[in-house]
Write a protein that binds this ligand. Structure first.
Ligand SMILES: [Zn+2]
Length: 170
């Protein structure tokens, strides 16, 4: 099954090195805990540390960790550049932009990558979210994530690995 989002696996298949990318998350409130999901899959909650892909190609209950990334569209998606994140994902008051490090198997495309393992490296929460102290709850659940007040600082601290990866594969 090809990826439903072109640009995430069209260039280099199975790049083995950890790769840095940027993406959006959604804040999900569970009592006093606040966790992060993807914008499209509110039921998939990112765990602290390394997350392992869940395959949905076998149906909503079909967990298939052995499923092949090359044959599927599953995995953790991220853009090479923050301009790839849609306005819809930026403007939502429950949205957070962050950096992930994809590892394990990685498929590389022109817009971004998808990986079968990923961890959240950094997050930049909005002024309003920090004002109402949502950042503290998020940091509590993801203690090893680095927080930035200014997105620009986060992007310069975590530059995309795209050019390195691309040119090393020519
Ligand atoms: Zn799959």
């Amino acid at each position: 099954m090809p990826s439903p989002l072109p640009g995430f696996d069209d260039e280099i298949k199975l790049y083995p090195t950890p790769v840095i990318g940027v993406r959006a998350f959604r804040l999900q409130v569970y009592g006093t805990e606040i966790k992060l999901s993807g914008p499209l899959f509110p039921n998939f909650l990112w765990q602290p540390g390394v997350n392992t892909r869940i395959c949905y190609s076998l149906g909503s209950k079909g967990r298939a960790p052995e499923h092949d990334l090359e044959l599927c569209s599953c995995g953790f998606y991220a853009y090479h550049h923050h301009s790839g994140v849609s306005e819809r994902d930026r403007s939502n008051s429950m949205s957070v932009i962050g950096i992930i490090e994809g590892s394990g198997k990685v498929m590389l495309g022109t817009k971004g990558f998808r990986a079968n393992e990923a961890r959240i490296s950094a997050l930049s929460m909005s002024k309003y979210q920090r004002f109402i102290e949502l950042d503290k709850a998020v940091h509590h659940y993801y203690p090893d994530v680095e927080f930035f007040e200014r997105p620009a600082d986060m992007y310069s601290r975590y530059p995309s690995s795209y050019l390195d990866l691309f040119y090393s594969n020519l």
